[in-house]
Design a protein around this ligand. Structure first.
Ligand SMILES: O=C(O)CCC(=O)C(=O)O
Length: 319
């Protein structure tokens, strides 16, 4: 089942070089429609299950910007379609390959997110590195999957990446509230600023995904088009990532996991892994792992702790 979703060697090399990879096919039209349908219901602030959100902002853009960004964490707990998305092999297989986790540990959910920009007034998502928000974990073995629920264009606020920025050091968060697209420039040197100027607009088609490294700088401009630009984001962690500080719960509404605890539990389910032999035919070299901490160093006796980690789970699998 997973074989057809494997990235080619050329794709893995592109990920290694750029820190992101786009245009990965994922959703069929029926899955896309189901997600879009559920999103309409989820956008209702009075949704009967809204206590399950970790965060829900009808508009997280600053009021003075006159723009709107619906941003929410936890859709998978409310909607079956968004739950099943987490287990989609077309999403998990490329992620596991790119993280260099084939035949090793699998991936866990860190959290999911929705980023919805309404027609004409959709806000920017300021340039950032995802890892700036995840400094409480070690090692930094994360990957983000961005799922386009609409065709993305330069007019409607497509995702943009700074190629090669996964080799930059960790930068501080410079804009939390989707107001100032360019605030990251205050912490860039001249060379980094030039790389930012050469950013790439990836123009995903609805149903495609892009994947990116946790240090890859990315962001998106406002939506000036006549239609919405909606995206679901799945933030993945390698199984075995540990909480390195006592700073309160990882997610609002979640139990507090003490320092030293591996990320896990019902809010961070193991989503899948590539079993031994999965590489037998396509054999992607997992050399991309050089931009990730070496997993061998922290693989330990609890590797087979969870028998359900044997393979990529089918959509709908119970978390
Ligand atoms: O939806 C966007 O434009 C940005 C989302 C994002 O930050 C991500 O995909 O990691």
């Amino acid at each position: 089942m997973w074989e057809k979703h494997k990235l080619s060697e050329a794709q893995l090399e592109a990920y290694e070089a750029d820190g992101f990879l786009d245009a990965i096919p994922c959703l069929c039209p029926a899955q896309l429609e189901r997600l879009r349908g559920d999103l309409v219901e989820l956008s209702d602030p009075d949704h009967p299950a809204n206590a399950l959100w970790h965060e829900f902002h009808s508009n997280e853009a600053p009021a003075e910007s006159g723009t709107v960004l619906m941003h929410a964490l936890g859709a998978w707990r409310i909607s079956e379609a968004f739950h099943d998305l987490l287990f989609h092999p077309a999403l998990l297989v490329p992620a596991i390959q790119a993280m260099g986790l084939c035949d090793k540990r699998g991936v866990r959910l860190l959290h999911d997110q929705l980023f919805c920009k309404p027609a004409r007034a959709g806000a920017v998502v300021a340039w950032h590195q995802d890892l700036s928000y995840w400094t409480r974990f070690s090692p930094s073995a994360f990957l983000t999957v961005h799922v386009a629920l609409d065709d993305q264009s330069s007019e409607n606020g497509a995702l943009h990446y700074v190629a090669g920025s996964h080799r930059w050091p960790l930068l501080p968060v410079t804009s939390r509230h989707f107001g100032d697209m360019e605030s990251i420039r205050s912490v860039l040197d001249r060379e980094q600023a030039a790389q930012l100027d050469a950013c790439r607009c990836v123009r995903l088609r609805a149903g495609q995904v892009s994947i990116h490294h946790p240090l890859s700088v990315h962001g998106s401009f406002g939506n000036r088009s006549a239609g919405p630009r909606r995206a679901a984001v799945v933030n993945l962690a390698a199984d075995g990532v540990v909480i390195n500080t006592s700073r309160g719960p990882v997610l609002s509404g979640a139990p507090d996991l003490p320092k030293g605890t591996p990320l896990g539990g019902f809010l961070h389910p193991l989503l899948g892994s590539m079993p031994a032999g999965a590489q037998a035919t396509a054999a992607p070299p997992c050399s991309v792992a050089k931009h990730y901490p070496a997993t061998d160093a922290w693989a330990d006796e609890d590797e087979d702790e969870d028998a359900s980690a044997g393979q990529v789970a089918a959509p709908g699998a119970d978390a």
